[in-house]
Design a protein around this ligand. Structure first.
Ligand code: AHR
Length: 501
């Protein structure tokens, strides 16, 4: 058994916990919307056709902002198809996922679903096949109070109050050749700048997200951000980042250290954005909206035929079943987002239901929590006050992909007013239990209120339709505080949260 020492210091505050870091993502893809959160015939469905058992799990998950309606889907989407009387809405082909889109769920219905879950909408506009005009139309339909053609249309469609959407994404992954209408950084940067400027003429307080890179491995990574921001800097507020991780070739050690790539990604984008800001002599800072992040077994999906030549309604696509190891990595990615909370001020776990999701459903049947549900929901519930950057002394191990990685990674939050703190930790060792001692003396907290760990003898254990509760949180009875120092033992390949008061 080896030991890790962590020091927490109030003066090492990163930023206040921003609830937008616990955002999620709903795309019209596979069974995320249709036969996922929307299933009119289901015994728990409400008058809009939304499953209330799913709503309950979404609330327990603690997600905040929801990005919608895509993803790759948005780059071919005509928003007008999805408003007004449902019987008049056209069925269209969605080229991104080669599926049929019935348009039975659109902005107005989805906004009502968001009210059930108490979430904020972050809406994406189509800059793949469309442009400024359609973005302005959607903005008018969504946010203008009344007395114009499109706001009155919304009212006639039954939504009297404006949706008042604050965050808007200017397209999706426009750097990716897979994107409908993908562009060079120069072309996209100009279009995004013009669209953003026009949208802000309608409402100067909108918060706009320009597309960054689809991954740190993109050939244009870094240069894309520079060029796009040189065009759009003064008109936008965020630049997006997307990252997905998976275990490859049985290299669990590298996979467990995936957060090092996320840190590299964030550092590179912040440096590039600040470089452009200096160059333009701008007083403003561009923050990151990490609006797609997760574990995704993309290689396996590419090799499958789940996206095929048939035009199907709500096909089973991207339905990863997550293991304990996946959940530990997800918990570590969330630790990394928190650690960078001064510049990453919005994030969306991609996605929410069925599609690479923490929540699964069966048509006409149950809904259940994947392993990845747990670190997300507990972190969202316990993180409060200021984020503290910990000083960590831990051993390292060598990885093939990321170089040396720390055995333990952690972050903490401190709510001085409530007199509470929370520490979130991972143990990346595959063989050793790690004893961690956390110096809390500067925080004035004395007792362990709750200590929960996620681990299993089988790191590949999963929750499935047949065995929905195979993996869950376990009370960690080793956590205790003596003389202002928290001691806790972390099993191999585990995620832990300790709340203190
Ligand atoms: O989340 C799944 C897909 O991943 C999204 O549609 C796209 O933006 C990304 O490539």
């Amino acid at each position: 058994m080896s030991e890790t020492h962590i020091a927490l210091d109030r003066s090492a505050s990163v930023a206040p916990v921003n609830r937008r870091l616990f955002g999620s993502f709903v795309e019209h893809l596979g069974r995320c919307v249709y036969n996922g959160l929307y299933e009119p015939g289901h015994p728990t469905a409400n008058e809009d056709g939304f499953r209330l058992d799913v709503v309950e799990l979404v609330k327990e998950l603690g997600s905040t902002t929801i990005r919608y309606p895509g993803g790759n889907f948005v780059s071919g989407f005509r928003w007008e198809d999805s408003v007004g009387p449902r019987e008049n809405r056209p069925v269209r082909r969605d080229l991104a996922w080669h599926s049929l889109e019935t348009n039975q769920v659109g902005l107005d219905e989805f906004s009502r679903w968001l009210k059930l879950t108490d979430s904020e909408l972050m809406l994406a506009v189509n800059l793949g096949t469309r442009g400024i005009d359609e973005a302005l139309d959607l903005l008018e339909y969504a946010n203008h109070p009344s007395g114009t053609a499109l706001s009155d249309l919304r009212i006639a469609n039954g939504t009297t109050e404006p949706h008042d959407i604050r965050m808007w994404c200017l397209g999706n992954e426009m750097d990716g050749p897979w994107q409908t209408g993908y562009m060079t950084a120069d072309d996209y940067g100009k279009l995004a700048a013009r669209t953003a400027a026009a949208m802000k003429m309608a409402d100067k307080d909108l918060e706009l997200v320009v597309c960054g890179s689809s991954g740190s491995g993109m050939p244009t990574f870094g240069e894309w951000e520079r060029v796009v921001l040189e065009h759009s800097y003064e008109h936008v507020d965020f630049i997006s980042a997307h990252a997905y991780y998976q275990e490859r070739g049985g290299d669990l050690g590298s996979f467990l250290a995936s957060s090092l790539d996320m840190q590299y990604f964030i550092d590179t984008v912040v440096t590039t954005a600040d470089h452009v800001g200096h160059k333009l002599k701008s007083a403003k800072k561009i923050n990151i909206s990490f609006d797609e992040w997760n574990i995704w077994y993309l290689d396996e999906h590419k090799a499958s035929d789940e996206v095929n030549d048939e035009w199907r309604y709500a096909p089973r696509q991207l339905e990863d079943v997550y293991s304990v190891a996946d959940a530990v990595v997800l918990g570590n990615l969330l630790i990394t987002l928190l650690k960078n909370g001064d510049r990453v001020t919005s994030a969306s776990l991609a996605q929410l239901v069925n599609v690479i999701a923490p929540i699964m459903t069966e048509p006409g049947g149950p809904t259940w929590r994947q392993t990845t549900f747990f670190p997300f929901s507990v972190t969202s519930r316990l993180a409060a006050g200021e984020i503290l950057r910990p000083r960590i002394q831990t051993g390292t191990y060598e990885t093939a992909v990321h170089g040396d990685a720390g055995i333990v990674d952690a972050v903490a939050t401190h709510d001085a007013e409530a007199g509470r703190a929370a520490v979130f930790l991972v143990n990346r060792s595959q063989t050793e239990t790690e004893t961690v001692r956390v110096d809390l003396r500067d925080l004035g907290v004395q007792t362990v209120e709750e200590a929960l760990s996620l681990w299993d003898e089988d790191v590949y254990a999963k929750n499935t339709l047949q065995d929905q509760d195979r993996v869950g949180l376990r009370a960690n009875a080793t956590a205790s505080v003596a003389d202002g120092v928290l001691s806790v033992e972390l099993p191999p390949v585990s995620w832990t949260a300790v709340s203190l008061g």
